[in-house]
Design a protein around this ligand. Structure first.
Ligand SMILES: [Zn+2]
Length: 161
C-alpha cells in the first residue's frame, strides 16, 4: 500500500472507445428498427446459424443495442480510419456491438467491420461502402448530364448510371 491511488485506470483489451455524450439519452430507444437497418444490424437472427445469406461463410454474430444482431467479419480488427464511416463496429465489454456511425474515429482507435463489407457474394455496387461518395458522384453525374444536354452534346457518360 503506497501513496499511489490507481483507481479508475480502465482495463484494456476490449473496444472501449465508446463516445456517448455525457448524460445523453439513448437515442436508439425510439427508432430501434430503423437504426438497426441503418447500422447494418441485419442478422441473421438466432436461432438461425450465424452464416452469411449471400456467401454461406460463418460470421461472428453479436447482439446490438437495437435488439437486432450484426454479423461481423471474424477475427479482423482494423485501424478505424481505414474503414468507411457507418461501417465501424465496436464491441463493449458486455459483448454488445455498436456502430460508430459517421463520427470521426479517435486517433489510433481500432474497429471491426461487418462481414457484408468483405462478403464475396456481394458486389461493391451492392454494398456501397462509401455512401456519401456515391451520393456526390450521382449528383455530379446529374450535373454533368444537364450540362451536356444544355450544350447539345448527346454523348452519354460511360459511368452515369
Ligand atoms: Zn457473405
Amino acid at each position: 500500500m503506497g501513496a499511489h491511488d490507481d483507481r479508475g485506470i480502465p482495463s484494456s483489451g476490449t473496444d472501449e472507445q465508446r463516445q456517448r455524450p455525457p448524460g445523453a439519452p439513448r437515442p436508439w430507444e425510439n427508432t430501434d428498427r430503423a437504426q438497426a437497418a441503418l447500422d447494418g444490424a441485419t442478422g441473421p437472427e438466432p436461432p438461425s446459424p450465424p452464416h452469411c445469406p449471400h456467401c454461406g461463410l460463418a460470421g461472428e454474430r453479436r447482439p446490438t443495442y437495437t435488439g437486432q444482431h450484426v454479423l461481423l467479419e471474424p477475427a479482423l480488427v482494423l485501424p478505424a480510419h481505414l474503414v468507411p464511416g457507418g461501417h465501424r463496429w465496436h464491441i463493449d465489454s458486455n459483448g454488445v456491438a455498436w456502430n460508430g456511425g459517421f463520427t470521426e474515429p479517435l486517433a489510433g482507435s481500432r474497429c471491426r467491420i461487418p462481414h457484408q463489407l468483405a462478403c464475396p457474394g456481394l458486389s461493391l455496387d451492392e454494398i456501397r461502402p462509401w455512401r456519401w461518395l456515391s451520393a456526390v458522384r450521382e449528383e455530379n453525374a446529374r450535373r454533368a448530364q444537364r450540362r451536356a444536354d444544355e450544350e447539345g452534346c448527346p454523348k452519354a457518360l460511360p459511368d452515369a448510371g
